[in-house]
Each structure stands twice: as C-alpha cells, then as structure tokens.
Design a protein around this ligand. Structure first.
Ligand SMILES: Cc1cc2nc3c(=O)[nH]c(=O)nc-3n(C[C@H](O)[C@H](O)[C@H](O)COP(=O)(O)OP(=O)(O)OC[C@H]3O[C@@H](n4cnc5c(N)ncnc54)[C@H](O)[C@@H]3O)c2cc1C
Length: 227
C-alpha cells in the first residue's frame, strides 16, 4: 500500500458522468493500482484550468502521487497555482509506449497509457504539512535526496504553493498491441508493426559548482522509484 492510501480506499474508482469513456470504452480502466502506476511512472502532468477571463488554459507541470492524492506545487505567484486552488481542474498524465504503423494511414495509432483526473484541489495551508509535502516532492522523485539537503526555510515554504488533488474522479485509457488489421487491405505490401518508445535516465553530469564530485548512490543508480 502506498503512503497515505486509506486502507478503506476501494481498489476500483467509481466512473462518473465525466469519466465514462465514450470513444473506445474497452480501453478504459478504473483500477486504482493501474492508475497509480501510470501516475508514478510519469513525471509531467498537464493541468487544465479556467483563467480569470474564462479562457481555457493547459499548463504542464511536475506531479507526485502521495497515496490517493496528487500533489502539485509551484511559485505562490503562478497563475496555475492561484487559479487551480478551490476550483474545478482537469489533470492529464500521458506515457507513450509506441508508434503503431498500420496498413492504412487511417488506422495508424499510438500505444499509450494515460490518466485523466477531475477535481478541486485544496491548498495545503499548514506550514509543517506544506514542508512535508515539498520534501515528499523531492524524495518522491529522488529517494534519499532530502537527507543531503538543509531543511527548507520558512520563506521558501511560504513562497511555494502546494495543492492536493484527490484521486477520486479519474479514468485511465490504455492502448497496447499491434495495429488493427483490415482484411480488405491484404494486398498491400506495406510494413506494419509497432516501434516501441521508452524513456531512459542517462549518466549523471556533475555541475561545475558541485561541492562534491562523489556521485551519491541515488544519482549513480538512478531509477524512478515505485512508492
Ligand atoms: C498520446 C495519446 C495520443 C492520442 N492521439 C489521439 C489522436 O490523435 N486523435 C484522437 O482522436 N484521439 C487520440 N488519443 C485518444 C484521446 O486521448 C481521447 O481518448 C479520444 O480523442 C476521445 O476523446 P473524447 O473526449 O471524445 O473521449 P470521451 O470518451 O468522450 O471522454 C470521456 C471521458 O473518458 C475519459 N478519457 C477519454 N480519453 C482518455 C484518455 N486518453 N485517458 C484517460 N481517460 C480518458 C475521460 O475521463 C473523459 O472525460 C490519444 C491519446 C493519447 C494518450
């Protein structure tokens, strides 16, 4: 069980009117473990907000999952963080697994795993809780890193807004496998198949201003952690 997951949290998220898939509903999933695994593997989410003038805006940002909440953070001055708190937002998270080359351009596709979450995030107002959430951001991405850091100052904590979005109205959509096959196109000699896509972490590059030239274990063996 991940940090902060309530032991009574159901393993399936109940679909809502908003999260019921109409296009390719067979690709839809509401299994919390699957949704969590996508959130944990991806680093970037796209947050859809309604700006003050009523226009729709989608902004990319970092996220980290803590149990059954998604944490977002950023400058207290950011429009994203100011607009998102206490208003309806929509967050999408996408992992692309492959290019799918079919017999016809029409049937070309992607293999992917994606999540859409709707909800109203709450600002973490308590300073200690905000500090803990900020530390969780760092350790959630790079376990052990906070042990090498000085504590956040109150000024730093106050300059940063942390939002907590419940992962309670969410859907996953997953496409896997080969291209769809159209028997009417059998005469075509075109190659069909899947070109896989993977994201890899590379060898760390020490900064010119680093006070240490010894690579910490968490940097030299970097693997994205599974909470
Ligand atoms: C990397 C990537 C590339 C894609 N490229 C295309 C493309 O080029 N053209 C295209 O038509 N579609 C594409 N899709 C699929 C696209 O995300 C939508 O699922 C599709 O367009 C149907 O949209 P809709 O609003 O009509 O879905 P609906 O089925 O009407 O959506 C209803 C609800 O289903 C859920 N849902 C829908 N899509 C997703 C999703 N992807 N992930 C999680 N939950 C979802 C949401 O909760 C949504 O509110 C792509 C998906 C990914 C991840």
């Amino acid at each position: 069980m991940g940090v902060g997951v309530n032991e009574h949290t159901p393993s399936e998220i109940q679909p809502s009117n908003q999260t019921t898939l109409k296009r390719h509903p067979e690709r839809g999933h509401f299994d919390r473990a699957l949704i969590n695994s996508i959130l944990d593997e991806a680093i970037v989410s796209h947050v859809g907000i309604t700006a003050n003038d009523g226009s729709a805006v989608v902004i990319p940002t970092l996220h980290v999952r803590r149990g059954d909440e998604l944490l977002l953070h950023g400058s207290a001055a950011s429009r994203l963080l100011r607009s998102a708190q206490a208003s309806q937002i929509c967050v999408t998270i996408t992992i692309v697994d492959g290019l799918v080359l079919a017999q016809t351009a029409f049937h070309h596709s992607l293999n992917y795993r994606s999540v859409v979450i709707f909800g109203t995030p709450k600002k973490v107002t308590d300073l200690q809780e905000a500090d803990a959430a900020l530390n969780y951001f760092v350790d959630g991405l790079i376990p052990g890193r906070m042990a090498d850091m000085r504590p956040n100052t109150e000024k730093e904590i106050r300059a940063t807004t942390v939002l907590s979005l419940p992962i309670s109205e969410a859907s996953a959509k997953v496409r896997t496998g080969p291209p769809s096959h159209d028997p009417n196109e059998e005469t075509s000699e075109t190659w069909t198949g899947v070109i896989p896509i993977t994201t890899r972490y590379g060898h760390p590059k020490t900064s010119n201003h680093s006070n240490s030239h010894l690579l910490p274990d968490y940097a030299s063996n970097y693997e994205r952690p599974t909470p």
